[in-house]
Design a protein around this ligand. Structure first.
Ligand code: C5P
Length: 240
């Protein structure tokens, strides 16, 4: 794997709340990582300006707003995300097959091959069996992850966001072309923080992840650009 291919797999989680911070990180990391993840905190504080600020630095964007609403509303929100020119956007698979199908076909119809790749969140990694039982779901977490990944694929989604530990199960059911984006990744040089079930970048790529979402190991490093270099080097070293 080349250095460029390894860097393209890394999505930096822009867990900040202002344009000045976006400029700081995007300035340091453009060309060092493949994409920047704009999530609910940043989008709620800055709106579409957050996406545009990353784009001004030449960065690509994963818009992580995890839509879950009636099919028409989610489809319209996805069309707006597509108009912003983001590369990845997501919704909750628990919104159901009709919601995913309506969103995927609206985006395909208007944007074709220029569309963002649409991802489904299966079961949040913060959810346990107890969480599921509390909302009336009596199935084990892993069974639900696989079931929702299959439903997402059958509904026209391009991939899922999943724990690194679920990659193999998802690949077995959804095949090699379905995108798997995984947080919960910790390079060997970084602290674990509050992440629990983790893999290293090389392990996650070896298990079949297409993209790795990594935040604090880069953001909290003394030299974030050097941390991104080390992560790319770890990915390359771990690949045959
Ligand atoms: O700093 P860290 O590398 O833990 O950041 C991971 C990013 O991925 C955060 O933005 C976090 O919200 C997100 N995420 C996660 N686990 C999930 C889904 C998203 O850590 N299951």
């Amino acid at each position: 794997m080349t250095s460029d291919e390894a860097r393209k797999k890394v999505i930096f989680a822009l867990d900040v709340n202002g344009v000045a911070e976006i400029d700081r990180y995007a300035g340091m990391l453009s060309g060092k990582v493949g994409m920047f993840k704009v999530g609910k905190e940043l989008f709620t504080s800055c709106g579409p300006e957050a996406v545009k600020a990353v784009q001004r630095h030449g960065g690509q964007v994963f818009l992580d707003l995890k839509y879950h609403d009636i099919p028409n509303t989610v489809a319209k929100a996805m069309l707006e995300a597509s108009r912003l020119g983001v590369q990845l956007a997501n919704l909750h698979a628990l919104g159901g097959g009709e919601m995913m199908e309506t969103a995927a076909s609206a985006v395909r119809k208007e944007f074709g091959d220029q569309r963002p790749r649409l991802l489904a969140v299966t079961i949040l990694t913060s959810s346990t069996e107890e969480t599921l039982r509390g909302v009336g779901i009596e199935h084990p977490v892993q069974e639900m992850v696989v079931r929702l990944a299959k439903l997402a694929k059958d509904s026209g989604m391009d991939g899922v966001v999943a724990s690194p530990l679920e990659i193999e199960l998802i690949r077995a059911v959804c095949g090699p072309d379905f995108l798997v984006v995984t947080p919960g990744v910790r390079p060997s040089f970084a602290s674990v923080d509050d992440q629990k079930r983790i893999m290293t970048p090389a392990e996650a790529v070896g298990a079949g992840a297409d993209y790795l979402v990594i935040g604090r190991p880069i953001a909290k490093a003394d030299d974030p650009a050097a941390a991104a270099d080390l992560i790319a080097a770890e990915i390359i070293a771990g690949c045959p």
